[in-house]
Design a protein around this ligand. Structure first.
Ligand code: FAQ
Length: 328
């Protein structure tokens, strides 16, 4: 072999990579989808794995605050609706784990990252649900924020993620309406029920605004994710849009949003609002929120208690495969 060969092949590789990068850039520029078999830059793959797995974990951990009320729902109808909603969240987690798997990470790795607290999930699910009205506030505010954030993700440049989001958003929209309806019924009920609805909205409003992430000038991932057309709007843009959606709905509900400084600023064409308590947000992200430890412990216990199901499924699959080998 001559000395020039490795250099030549390296040059070809670099050229090939530049071509692949150019093709990727052109697809993004033309608003086309990137699919699992397409070449993609490592950083794009990593960002997607991070965001999609965090999103999947959020859906799975997000089952806990509402799961708390399934056995205590005030009527059979409410119980059935709540069970269906929590099951939908499990389904969303599964679509999203599958979408992340197309990028080369296994479900086991993602689960391991979650139960060893190496992965993030949405801050919102680290708050407790002491009253029934919290089921209304979660539907109205948390699913409402999720929809606002996720409708633009239906156009995310990565095909499996965007397609998963289409179905998820349809279900989230039903979830939001059921939450609104719980709050409306409470708000129009006895003075005690009205007060319970208001108290719950007071507790969930600010954490729901935090779901959109840090302010734009402190969001390290936004610029690149927007250039790759994973995110279509910045964190602050979506937060503004969400507040604009809530204001008229709160009026219909007869409830108040707990921000005395909230008003439309005609000049800025934006909502003026009080400063979000970013210290609280950072504390929750650091694992020191009101329910972080409980949520992870619960997930860990469920994983351990479910080991026999995974083992049985694997043994069954192996038996089936052996039967097929014999038959072939
Ligand atoms: N909580 O640079 P950015 C749901 C982290 S699903 C925790 O702005 P990015 C359905 C962020 O990961 C709710 N961590 O990051 C449901 C990053 O950390 P890293 C989940 C947060 O990715 C309803 C760092 O801060 N939805 O609710 C949060 O560009 C009812 C810097 O932030 C999604 O996951 C937070 N709130 O923008 C279920 C939607 N915010 O990884 C049950 C998809 C930021 O660099 C019941 N995700 N961080 O260490 C997204 O749209 C984005 O990932 C953002 C964050 C907007 C969340």
């Amino acid at each position: 072999m001559t000395l020039t060969a490795p250099d030549a092949s390296a040059r070809i590789d670099a050229e090939q990579e530049a071509e692949l990068q150019a093709r990727f850039d052109a697809l993004i520029e033309a608003d086309q989808r990137i699919e699992p078999r397409d070449w993609m830059p490592d950083a794009y793959r990593k960002t997607l794995i991070r965001q999609i797995s965090q999103h999947a974990h959020s859906e799975i951990i997000g089952m806990q605050p509402e799961g708390n009320w399934i056995s205590r729902a005030p009527s059979l109808k409410r119980k059935a609706i709540l069970m269906a909603k929590v099951q939908d969240e499990a389904g969303h987690g599964l679509y999203l784990y599958s979408a992340a798997q197309t990028l080369g990470i296994s479900r086991d790795e993602m689960t391991e990252q979650l139960i060893t607290s190496r992965a993030r999930y949405s801050s919102i699910f680290n708050y407790p649900t002491p009253t029934w009205a919290d089921m209304g506030a979660i539907g109205w505010l948390v699913d409402g924020a999720a929809i606002c954030n996720q409708v633009p993700l239906c156009r995310a440049s990565y095909g499996p993620y965007g397609r998963a989001m289409v179905r998820i958003c349809k279900e989230e929209s039903f979830h939001q309406r059921q939450g609104f309806e719980i709050l409306l019924e409470l708000s129009q009920g006895t003075p005690e029920q009205h007060a319970m609805a208001q108290e719950s909205v007071d507790r969930w409003y600010w954490p729901a605004l935090m779901m959109f992430g840090p302010p734009d000038d402190e969001s390290p991932n936004s610029a690149q994710s927007m250039a790759w057309k994973i995110k279509r709007f910045s964190n602050d843009e979506l937060r503004q849009r969400f507040v604009g959606m809530l204001v008229p709905q709160a009026e219909v509900l007869g409830l108040t949003l707990p921000d005395p400084n909230l008003r439309w600023n005609e000049e800025r064409q934006a909502w003026d609002m009080s400063e979000i308590d970013w210290t609280e947000f950072n504390e929750v992200l650091a694992g020191r929120g009101p329910a972080n430890a409980q949520r992870i412990q619960h997930r860990r216990d469920a994983h351990e208690e479910g080991a026999w199901v995974r083992e049985a499924a694997a043994a069954y699959a192996e038996k089936q495969a052996a039967r097929e080998r014999v038959a072939a």
